[in-house]
Design a protein around this ligand. Structure first.
Ligand code: SER
Length: 318
């Protein structure tokens, strides 16, 4: 039997670091090759290899060396950071995707490609945004994800590549920090609250965005990848929903546990990006095709985040 051997790009990132751990638990530490452009801050059990996802030769070498069967391609420049150097963000996001698509084609690998709510734009229906709708994004990140989705579908139809994808909303977890995104505030706010510090929010109090707790995000990713191929009817990318909230709402929820927590609002360029994204997402296709069902809402997520971050900071200060 062909044993699953996984390679993850961007394995030091917000999602990558948690996904690596979870996959190692499931299939064995040595079956999951973590790769990133930089060495990890903390050594973890299992192989790590340095890989610039733009380097197709090195990717090819690692696939052969480890007899890889599956790639989770998480390396990317996110929405806010991408705006600082759009050409570079486009090059990194697209070239790296072509590298893994080509590798998947020539080695018959299964591939996971993360898309995003950033594929939507100002003229997309904002509430309960449907699976199939207008996609005219305002950021280079969003453009790269729309194009990426189309390329994934193309490789599936033309070459039979088993590529699967979800449109992640903002991802919130205690395990890791995001970087360069528009939804990053929703992680940072919990850290500040636990540390007893005030929080300066770069979005306005009412900006509602779709969000998902890390546990749900990881479970969705693995469930999608493990679903029988005939159940996968979307080869661009699945809408995926968990919850929706605004900075004002999450602050109020935190104040139920930490009454003197304070938040100040100073919207910056990211406000415009957030304003172009949906308030909420309609994800019935994911529910129907591979039984997607989120477990966490704002209340249960907040209690779990605060508990775990308290533990984390206590351990660090002990
Ligand atoms: N969390 C991402 C961002 O803010 C959205 O995919 O860029």
């Amino acid at each position: 039997m062909n044993q699953t051997r996984i390679l993850i790009t961007g394995a030091n990132g917000q999602i990558g670091s948690v996904l690596t751990q979870e996959l190692r638990q499931r299939v064995g530490a040595n079956q999951v090759i973590a790769t990133d452009i930089r060495d990890p801050e903390q050594k973890t059990e299992g192989p790590f290899e340095r890989l610039d996802a733009l380097d197709s030769e090195r990717l090819e070498q690692l696939i052969r060396q480890y007899e890889i069967t599956t790639i989770y391609h998480l390396a990317a420049i996110l929405s806010a950071k991408g705006e600082q150097n759009p050409r570079q963000a486009w090059q990194i996001n697209m070239e790296s995707l072509f590298n893994v698509l080509e590798a998947a084609r020539s080695h018959q690998l299964q591939l996971f490609f993360p898309s995003s709510i950033a594929v939507f734009g100002d003229n997309t229906p904002r509430r309960e945004t449907p699976q199939d709708t207008i996609m005219q994004p305002t950021t280079v990140y969003g453009i790269s994800k729309v194009a990426g989705e189309q390329w994934c579908q193309y490789y599936h139809k033309k070459y039979g590549v088993d590529v699967r994808s979800v449109r992640y909303p903002g991802i919130i977890g205690y395990q890791s920090m995001p970087g360069g995104g528009t939804t990053d505030y929703a992680v940072d706010i919990y850290h500040k609250a636990v540390l007893g510090e005030p929080f300066d929010c770069f979005l306005s109090a009412e900006t509602r965005l779709p969000m998902l707790y890390m546990d749900d995000a990881i479970r969705a990713t693995i469930e999608l990848m493990e679903a029988p191929a005939e159940q996968i009817t979307v080869r661009t990318s699945y809408n995926l929903a968990g919850m929706s909230f605004s900075p004002g709402e999450v602050a109020a929820e935190i104040q139920r546990y930490i009454p003197n927590f304070t938040i100040r609002y100073a919207p910056d360029f990211r406000q415009k990006i957030a304003d172009s994204w949906p308030n909420s997402i309609e994800d019935s296709r994911a529910r129907a095709d591979w039984n997607w069902n989120p477990e966490y809402d704002l209340a249960t997520m907040t209690s779990d985040m605060l508990e775990n971050l308290r533990l984390k900071y206590e351990v660090e200060n002990a």
